[in-house]
Design a protein around this ligand. Structure first.
Ligand SMILES: Cc1ncc(COP(=O)(O)O)c(C=O)c1O
Length: 425
């Protein structure tokens, strides 16, 4: 098997044979060495073709290797790969488009990854308010930097206390982060009553997809908005997953809560590296004045060309409605299947994202997820992979749909789930 040979070469010289931590898990139950990807299919170096529900952790919204997006990128790079000076018209065009689309956007700064975006958003909140503390919710992921690498999925006995996900994180970063359960308005009000003069920013995924899907209570989001406004802290929505995938305006529009700063990324470029910080002019105009934001590749023309074309296609082809409807069909059919098979499992999700979790009960915060049967999910994912269906075996994660998935893939998925569940019994 070429996959095994390449993996064995790689694992000696590349930690865990992966460039990013969670990607290493996709080598379970055997090495995964992709070679090509088109539409909703991904093929490995041994010629095995999978239907892809992982979609690179979510950015692929139009399908892999979208020819129109690729053409737009090629056209751009034929004119120059990176200018690294001044301002290109493409930057202005895409920024204008984002300001049209996203309710909280009055100014825009492009970067290359979600982690950079949340880093700058938090630094901005500290600079703007002159305060240090950041409120973060358990179950939300905002990247790997020291400001936020806490309490995404801590072990059950560590919930509620500060739990860094890495060694080497500064103690000062731990001390300036306040952790709360998601959806708990009273806990947030209590915290603000005590700490409001220290809180610079409150950051959250409006739908925490980093642990599957936690649907926010509207009243919770409104409380965050009201309290931060009252006490002069900045509200930061991390819409890296949700913007474009769930709503071309971000979910802030549909939930009716407009943050001060929004971070976006992933689906905006259909797989090309691009992200952005957008927000109120008064806050954003501190950038390059008193707040340092810097990056050799920021506003990269390839990412911008991809974003311009991706947004054009999202608008032209009503992509969000299509994948959201398909997601609803997947969830409904999966729930029926789980009921038929009489197993302990639940199906969670929102629009084009869904997840099967081996647990019962309603999901309101991370504590509803911490106890899911992780081993069973890994075995389930391995069975599905054997049947040509690919998603990460990480039990906390989720499946994504793209424009290339159809009813045919839905039926194949359901058949594979039915067989896998029977085999697991
Ligand atoms: C909600 C959210 N924020 C931030 C990030 C970090 O983005 P990146 O991996 O592009 O640095 C991610 C990545 O998965 C994410 O899901």
């Amino acid at each position: 098997m070429r996959s095994t040979k390449i993996y064995e070469r790689g694992v000696e010289i590349i930690p865990k044979a992966a460039q990013t931590g969670l990607r290493s898990e996709t080598h379970y139950p055997e090495p995964f060495v992709p070679e090509t990807a088109y539409g909703c299919k991904i093929k490995d170096v041994d010629g095995k073709i999978y239907t892809d529900y992982h979609l690179a952790f979510g950015p692929i919204i139009l399908g892999h290797n979208n020819p129109e997006v690729n053409e737009a990128v090629k056209e751009q790079i034929d004119n120059g790969v990176l200018f690294g000076a001044g301002l290109c018209e493409l930057e202005v065009e895409v920024a204008e488009k984002l300001i049209d689309l996203i309710p909280s956007a009055e100014m825009v700064n492009f970067v290359n990854s979600g982690t950079e975006a949340t880093y700058h958003a938090i630094r901005l909140s500290r600079a703007y308010t002159g305060r240090e503390k950041i409120v973060k919710f358990e179950g939300c992921y905002h990247g790997w930097h020291d400001y936020v690498a806490f309490n995404v999925n801590p072990p059950s006995d560590k919930m509620g206390e500060i739990y860094p996900h890495s060694k080497g994180i500064l103690k000062a970063a731990c001390d300036s982060t306040l952790i709360l359960p998601f959806n708990d308005s009273d806990a947030f009000k209590e915290l603000m009553a005590e700490h409001h003069d220290e809180v610079a920013g409150v950051i959250l995924e409006p739908i925490p997809h980093s642990v599957g899907a936690i649907i926010p209570k509207k009243e919770f989001l409104k409380t965050l908005r009201n309290e931060t406004k009252t006490y002069g802290s900045l509200l930061i929505f991390d819409e890296i997953i949700t913007a474009f995938r769930h709503n071309i305006h971000g979910v802030q529009g549909e939930f009716g809560v407009i943050p001060d700063i929004t971070t976006i990324g992933k689906s905006m470029g259909n797989g090309y590296p691009i992200a952005a910080i957008v927000g109120r002019k008064k806050v954003m105009s501190m950038i390059h004045n008193s707040v340092l934001v810097s990056g050799t590749y920021s506003g990269h023309p390839a990412g911008l060309a991809a974003t311009k074309k991706t947004i054009e296609i999202l608008e032209r082809d009503n992509v969000v409605d299509y994948i959201a409807r398909l997601g609803e069909e997947y969830r409904k059919a999966l729930r029926e299947l789980v009921e038929d098979k009489n197993i302990t499992a639940r199906v969670v999700g929102y629009k084009s994202i869904f997840a099967i979790q081996f647990a019962e009960g309603e999901v309101v915060d991370y504590s509803s997820i911490a106890g899911i049967d992780k081993e069973k999910f890994k075995l389930f994912a391995a069975k599905m992979r054997g049947k040509g269906i690919f998603f990460t075996p990480n039990p906390m994660k989720r499946c994504h749909l793209c424009l290339s998935h159809t009813e045919k893939e839905l039926n194949e998925f359901l058949e594979a789930v039915a067989e896998s569940l029977d085999e697991l019994k």
